[in-house]
Design a protein around this ligand. Sequence first.
Ligand code: NDP
Ligand code: MG
Length: 381
Amino acid sequence: MKKISLLGATGSIGIQTVDILRNNLDCFKLVALSSGKNIEKTREIINDLQPELVSVQQEQDALQLQKEYPHIQFTFGTKGLVEVATHPDSTVLVNAVLGSVGLESTLAAIRMGKTIAIANKETLVTAGHLVMAEARKYNVAILPVDSEHSAIFQSMNGENPKQIERLILTASGGSFRDKTREQLKGVTVKDALNHPNWSMGAKITIDSATMMNKGLEVIEAHVLFNMPFEKIDVLLHKESIIHSLVEYHDTSVIAQLGTPDMRVPIQYALSYPDRLPLVGGNRLNLAQIGQLHFKEVDFDRFRALKLAYDAGRAGGSILTAMNAANEAAVALFLEEKITFLQIEEMIEQVMNDHQNILMPDLETILHVDSETRKTVASMVK
Ligand code: NDP
Ligand code: MG
């Protein structure tokens, strides 16, 4: 029986994680969870899985829930995320919170020796060197939840990582993959939220449309698999059936395939090194699909991807600046305060103005993160 702490339980990944836990009560027990402002959903999960500790974003919600559930412990805010992540009974942290707010709780859980199943890619982008250094120090496994990284991880099983020639991340291209840059000028939030293959949270759906998501994933792959950027490629593959590939120095290429269903990589991170049957899973029928398509990426068309490679190659605090600028700009776009193309313009502006600090410590990262958010906010005034 694995005991689980779950950050971001009410989100897209969080709800699918809860689904897996509910379907495998003999394997997993949810001991602690965090949510944000969705209190109705939080109640549903509490009623269902009876955790011992729950953290919400706001104090008044914690006080209200405490009255309703006197036998459960409630907490709130950033310190609440850390309490959930470090609950003494859990051995695994599933981090499915959104954004760099997940960083400190991840570091705290690593220091408690917990296995980390990480969906929260912003944490690995903003502070990958700190997370991986702590993971090595405390001998903790960081297991990918992101589908591409899970595919790479599965394609490396039993292989010698020194014999890898390159990692190939597949990309669907997002909701605007067939539009030119000219056509991107008039797109709306509603258009951008309409992803062809995956149903996900709003922020990552916008990231997919700008391709910043793939940029964050290139950096995530660099961090998780210790691979230089020249050995990480992106390949457009509109069907999202091949979830990523690993090429070895004998020219063999190993890939992981499946229908687009995030429960597969989430469950694999939970059950690893075993596999569990996926309740309600759709089996892959290649004969029915018939054809798979591949195309080279155009870095002029997908400028955010180019910016992410630039930040990744530079390393240092520019990664934090880029990530925070993206988080802030995407939030502004979702509030309809800026246009779609302004997202990457703002990121580029922030990166051009940034005074890079190599190997930043946690304090520097948190400072750059909050200053960048203020800078982006001031750009719209
Ligand atoms: P969602 O927006 O659907 O969910 C985010 C979760 O985090 C919710 O539980 C939300 O609470 C909570 N949350 C948001 N902000 C805060 C905050 N400031 N403090 C505390 N809790 C907060 O996101 P996704 O599930 O789509 O994505 C989560 C992470 O997983 C992201 O890093 C994303 O990149 C990554 N990921 C997602 C994939 C997907 O398919 N969705 C695929 C691969 C990676 P509430 O809703 O209650 O306010
Ligand atoms: Mg992904």
